[in-house]
Design a protein around this ligand. Structure first.
Ligand code: ATP
Length: 287
């Protein structure tokens, strides 16, 4: 039996440069792990896969399938296929990351199962092999396997490790309403962004600890798309910045807004979101 933490991610930047012939979007994103995590316990069983999920702590958790459609389950299948073995695994999953929120809640569970099964069955696969399995499950899964701070390119699976970020506090504010990733990218294609985050410059600034300058350049091209559906995103950003956030931005395809701040400002930033429909989480950069 073993325990794995499945940490959520935020996008410090998200850029799209086009649609590829295979239908995937070509992206360039600076990804960051945070401490907010789902918890998994994996146990060896003689054969087959089982999943016991407790999603009662998150809004809408009852809509996450606890069967072969779950990304944790799909990851176990992909792991067995890659190894050509019928490994049996019983997965217990405690959900804490809000769903359909731009925080890679499902992808990170898949990553934790892949890492965990490699330990459970002592298969000694390399990180590159684990990422290869992960990419078959979803584009964000390889990053969730590696974690920390990375530039993700291609469809998200080509990773370059970056210098770890300073241990900023993170306040997450998830407005009411969900954004489907597919809808977001489709809407973006009809009206692509004119300005793009300067990822190379941001990486240099982060490398030299020039955080204030880097924060000014953070951007997510899917934010204007999400705003059409959930105008509260702009309101939350403004309130968090006015309350002392060093930077505030939407993560992934939304709709969660994150603020990076010094620890002393966390309470003020959390309290600034006076929308009773919002879900607030206080966490930290992980890396
Ligand atoms: P991303 O940032 O990668 O776009 P997200 O945080 O927006 O991800 P998820 O929380 O991963 O979105 O959930 C998206 C969908 O995946 C939901 O419709 C949910 O039912 C489904 N799903 C399947 N398995 C899981 C899982 N283990 N946890 C959460 N959602 C899951």
């Amino acid at each position: 039996m073993l325990r794995e933490l499945a940490r959520a991610k935020i996008n410090l930047t998200l850029d799209i440069s086009g649609v590829r012939s295979d239908g995937y979007h070509e992206v360039s994103m600076i990804m960051q792990s945070i401490e907010l995590a789902d918890e998994l316990i994996l146990k060896k069983i003689p054969h087959g896969i089982s999943l016991a999920m407790d999603a009662t702590r998150i809004d809408g958790g009852e809509n996450i399938p606890a069967d072969e459609r779950n990304l944790a389950w799909r990851a176990a299948v992909a792991f067995c296929e890659f190894c050509g073995k019928n490994f049996g695994v019983a997965i217990e999953l405690l959900k804490k990351i809000p769903m359909a929120a731009g925080l890679a809640g499902g992808s990170t569970d898949a990553a934790a199962v892949i890492r965990g099964m490699n330990r459970l069955y002592e298969t000694n696969l390399s990180e590159a092999q684990l990422c290869e399995i992960g990419a078959r499950v979803g584009s964000d899964v390889p990053f969730c396997i590696v974690g920390g701070t990375c530039l993700a390119q291609g469809r998200g699976e080509i990773l370059t490790r970056l210098n770890p970020m300073k241990n900023f506090s993170v306040v997450l504010a998830k407005p009411q309403g969900e954004i489907s990733t597919a809808w977001s990218y489709k809407t973006y294609d009809a009206q692509p962004a004119e300005s793009h985050p300067p990822n190379e410059i941001i990486i240099e600034l982060l490398k030299h600890g020039q955080y204030s300058a880097a924060f000014k350049c953070f951007a997510n091209v899917l934010e204007s798309v999400a705003l059409k559906k959930i105008p509260a995103i702009a309101e939350y950003k403004n309130k968090m910045l006015a309350a002392g956030a060093r930077v505030a931005l939407m993560s992934g395809s939304g709709a969660t807004v994150f603020a990076l701040s010094d620890e002393a400002d966390v309470d003020k930033i959390s309290a600034s979101i006076d929308d009773s429909a919002a879900q607030i989480f206080v966490t930290k950069i992980f890396g």
